[in-house]
Structure formats: C-alpha cells, structure tokens
Write a protein that binds this ligand. Structure first.
Ligand SMILES: [Mg+2]
Length: 347
C-alpha cells in the first residue's frame, strides 16, 4: 500500500461566508497525500469547523487520522480520493475523459451578506462576470424580501435559494412566496431529521426542492426521491465519501428521476478540482456551484482554478485531478501532519 500522509491546512477566506448553519472566516481542512512509485495522489476532507452542516467536523476527521477507529465518512472519502488520484497519475490518465466539456457554467453561490446593498453588490459582481444563475443563502427573516430585490434588479437571472435546513415544518408561507418570486428551487428547506415531515406537506405551488444535507449515500435517496417536490440532488463528493461513491449516488439519483448538479464545501483547489471533475462527468449539462479560486481565496494552495469565458469555470485537465498543491503554498498553510499508513479503510 502507498505511504499516506494527512496534512491539516488552514487558510483564510477572501470574505466571511455566512450560511444558516454559521459563518466561515477561515478554512481548516485536511489534505491526504498518497505516495507511490514517485508520484503523489491528493484528496481533500473539506469538513467544517462546527457540526452545523452534516455533523462531521475537522476535529472529528483529524482525530481519526491520528488515532484510527471507525472512519468518519468524509475522512474516509479523502483517503479513497487520494488513492484514486495516485492510480490515475501513475497511469497518466486524467480523471476527466477527453469527451467531457473543458468548462462548466457556474451557479454562483452568494452567502448571506450584512445587508441588502451588500447582497445586490455581490450579485452584480457575478452578473458582470457573465454568470446567469445564482443561489442565495436564506434563513428565516432573510428570504422573500432579498430574493424579490434580486429578481427585481435582474429579471432574467435564474435565482435558486439554499436554506441549509433553517426552517421548521409548520411555516409554509415563505416557500409559497418564494415560488411567487420565481425561484428555481429551494435547497434543503428543513434539516435532514425533519425534512420528511415537511415533505409530506410540501405545497404543489411551492418551488421544487433540491436536497443536500439529507443525502449521505444512496440509501437516503429512497426516501427523498418520492417525497415533497424533490427534483434535484446537490451532490458533493466529500459529503458522500469520495468521488467513486458520488458516482454511485449520482447513478442512483438519476434512476429515481432526480436531476443531479455538483456543489462545493469551500474547498481548496484540491477538493475543487476533484468536484469539478465529477461535475464534468455526471452533471455537465447543469450549472455547478463550484466557482473559480478567486471567488474564495487570495492565493489557492493549488494553481488557481480559473474562469473559462463568461460565467464559466474551467475543468482542470491533466493526469489525475489535474492540479496539485504548490509546495511553497502548502508549506505556508500546513499546521499539522501525520503519517497514516496504518489506517485501514474498508472498501
Ligand atoms: Mg446546500
């Protein structure tokens, strides 16, 4: 087996990113390097610092890399992704086949800003960059008004919203109003535990639903596929345990009649390239949530993921995921490292 190493890295975001589950100022993630035959494969565990998104935190993942035990899903996914990247690099094979598109349209995700002026400025920046699809983070008290303001300013802009599970099961009024405002979909209206109760009452006049936090694997789809207006799956490879598992989940979602798009978790270039590669294979005809590096950081750990024409993001090419950390930038961001050769990941 390849020698493996986990590197805990920290880097500041360009601007704090606020969603209903919390505000992220600095990213604290784990990169996995799989060494073998003179090559290095890379995977990323882009867990958040707090448990508000899907429960697994960077501290949880790091504890596993250091001490072993039952593998948390996202940590395990980073190991599998690093091994996959190493295999591809050793074979000289890109993760993205030559037939896949070189760039994907972006649905720019706009975090909750401090006020309406800041929201309009953030959306305008995306429109100027040629973006035609946005997704606004919403929560109770910051939903219908801000969305209507954006729709009013740019009537042809495709606007989706993401609640990150911030709503209870009784208040249907905001969802109906968001439908009236012409929202394309509402992502994760209620938390995974209470979504089925809300789904059972989901009004036909409300926008279709995209699920994110609710889906950690194919088994979760059996419930989601038939309930409450669910039409989309926001697939994030890290959330379901790596790219190969994500491909299985994508196929299962399509089988159940869902449309799949690929989202992100404020990854470094390693995770971003990994997810863009997945998007190019399983969801090339839909806008991805994964933006270029310059939207998130001043100086990415890998060479920057770039715009590729108006409103489009490049899909990195080259053996494996197509990018690797730059040694100087990696050295500047690593805060801890541990050899993980002894950690077995059950397949
Ligand atoms: Mg989401």
């Amino acid at each position: 087996m390849a020698r493996m190493e986990a590197l805990r890295v920290r880097f500041p975001l360009l601007v704090p990113f606020r969603a209903a589950h919390g505000t992220t100022v600095e990213r604290d993630v784990i990169l996995v390097a799989a060494h073998g035959d003179g090559a290095v494969g890379w995977g990323e565990c882009p867990t958040l610092t707090t448990a508000g998104y899907v429960g697994e935190t960077t501290d949880d993942a790091w504890r596993w890399f250091v001490s072993g035990g039952p593998a948390p899903l996202m940590a395990r996914g980073a190991v599998l992704d690093a091994r996959r990247d190493l295999r591809l690099r050793l074979a000289g094979t890109p993760a993205v086949p030559a037939t896949a598109p070189p760039a994907l349209p972006l649905r720019a995700v706009v975090g909750r800003p401090p006020d309406l002026d800041a929201l309009l400025a953030a959306v305008e920046r995306e429109v100027v960059a040629g973006v035609t699809h946005v997704k606004l983070k919403i929560e109770p008290g910051w939903d219908v008004g801000p969305v209507a303001a954006v729709r009013g300013a740019w009537p042809t802009l495709d606007v989706a919203v993401d609640a990150n599970g911030a709503y209870g099961v009784d208040d249907l009024a905001p969802f109906l109003a968001l439908g009236d405002a012409g929202v394309t979909y509402i992502e994760q209206p209620a938390p995974p535990g209470s979504w089925p109760a809300l789904a059972a009452r989901w009004p036909a006049a409300a926008p279709p639903v995209a699920l994110d936090e609710s889906i950690r694997g194919s088994a979760d789809l059996d419930r989601a596929g038939v309930l409450g207006g669910v039409r989309y799956l926001n697939l994030k490879p890290a959330r379901v345990g790596g790219v190969e598992q994500a491909q299985v989940v994508a196929a299962a979602a399509v089988e159940r009649g869902l449309e799949v798009f690929v989202g992100g978790m404020l990854e470094s270039g390693v995770g971003r390239a990994t997810a863009l590669g997945l998007a190019a294979v399983v969801a090339a005809d839909r806008p991805t949530d994964l933006g270029p590096s310059e939207r998130y950081v001043v100086d990415d750990i890998t060479p920057a993921i770039r715009w590729a024409g108006l409103g489009r993001v490049e899909v990195p090419r080259g053996p494996g995921i197509g990018v690797a950390p730059r040694p100087d930038r990696l050295a500047a961001t690593v805060v801890d490292r541990v050899e993980v050769d002894r950690v077995e990941v059950e397949r």
